[in-house]
Ligand binder design. Sequence first.
Ligand code: MSK
Length: 630
Amino acid sequence: MSEFKLTTVEEFEAATARLLETGAKVGADSWQMRVKNQTPHCKFGEQGVCCRICAMGPCRITPKAPRGICGCDVHGIVGRNFLRFTAGGAATHSDHGREICITLGHAKEGGDYQVKDPEKLIRIAKEWGVETEGKDIYDLAHEMSDLAQEEYGKIRGNSRWLKRAPQHTQDLWHEAEIEPRAIDREVSCALHMTHMGNTSKPEALIRQALRNGLSDGWGGSMCGTEFSDVLFGTPKPIETEANLGVMNAENVNIVVHGHDPSLSEMICEYADSKEMIDYAKSMGAKGITVSGVCCTSNEVAMRRGIPMAGNFLQQENVVLTGACEAIVVDVQCIFPALGPLSKCFHTKFITTSPICQMPDSDFIRFNADTAGENAKQIVKLACENFKNRKPELVHIPDMKQKATVGYSVEAIVKTLDGVTNSQVDETGTTKPLLECITSGVIRGAVAMVGCNNPKVRPDTAHIELMKKLIANDIVIIASGCSAQAAARAGLMDKAAKDLCGAGLKRVCELADIPPVLHMGSCVDISRMMILASELAKDSGLNISQLPVVGCAPEWMSEKAVSIGNYVVATGIDTFLGVDPYVSGSTEVAGLLTEGVRDWVEAAYTVEKDIDKLGDLMIERIEEKREALGI
Ligand code: MSK
């Protein structure tokens, strides 16, 4: 009998409550307190009916005031807000991708940044029609870095990555006129369209929202993912641990947080060096533990097995342990609250990017040229801070789970090759996975993504949905904070197979995989698009026919809306547990939940009742199976 036991949300909450007691002792603020202060939320904002795009307003639409001062109706206002939300997310992901392309240009033999996956670089270069024969790998890296950066501002043509999609999907995009052009152009165009006195027609706004989303998923994010793999290695299954118990009271604890792996890779590299470990010892510690929060954590977990301390709503908890010498952040999803919070403890809150500068932080500017030096400086600072710890405040919850992470598309294809009775496919196709699906051993797949949001009891939706889906023989591919929720609960432990239906359990046993596969950070949802495309091509089906859906039950960021738009636009029905501020317009909500299906063969479903959300996904997967006669 297996002794495997999931960590429950109640146990997560008890650990948080204990940490908040420490917080209360030192007068720390917390997101839990701020949620109370901010509740109830503004109803106009929640429905998306408030417009502050020009200075005649702000205008709020009510039955008594059905139009803004310019005459825009509620549908135009809600649609414009939705498009601006998308543009924010697409810009953010894509700029992260651009930074990775720039870093690729700094790669050199023996340097801080090197090409760790030359085969992948050559593969992409060939895909882009670049001559690779006889070329030095670093010359090729620099050429590809330039070409990739040009994708952001190219003057003609569409994103190069679109060609990876099945022809049918490309045709749909073409007919709907939503093929993304240059990555930056779609963001600019979105802001231009929504400027005062431009588009107020919902259909045009939603079309651009899809196009802008595609410029992220099939543009900027794909650059981020693919060139991160080239630089830092394409993830392969690797063992790690997750939850706050990965921090070590006897060691210097450095927590990396954010999204861009360029910094965290260097921190991990130096924290692991003998020089730095000796330095930590000289400061009275036994060693150095690097752990992560949010998607930076996903990046280094998948490539190095660095443990995951927590996800989005755990970021304050790592400081509340009193054992965090430094929380080192790059970009995105970082609470400004970490500044004042770290002042209540000995923790150094270190910001490193001009994109993300915050009060009450130590700013150590991180540059690709001086990456090694910067990382060393940060690790040293953390070691020197060990002596400032207040032992009476130290409490690390004794809570962690084992996790196997690192399921890139390449890794999934390779791992599942041996599952079915079919011959191992030397070319590495998704056919064995398809065979599991068509035979019904696996009913389908759910791409679970997204953040935490205090509007949903943190992590409950991710974990409960995953439990329900795997029990119904539906495999989960997870990324972002959703993946970390799964890992912290234990759903990425291979022993979690015991929670699956008989079919999925058998696949987990044969392939030696957990039922929830960690596919990376939020930019890595582009990996999911590649997997869906490969499944469609290998099966001869359209993406929209596959028994696959997307789900973001606890999402909160603009990036999540951009992601949702490209997942839907790729032909994958997407299920949300939080409303994207469109309930104020029947026209916009109608387009998103049904109308866009005419263009891209998929649409959104919004359902706040999480159990119902799970039922709806299962229903949708079974409908698709029935339509295929499988
Ligand atoms: S970190 S965007 S809270 S997934 Fe990517 Fe997590 Fe959402 Fe940030």
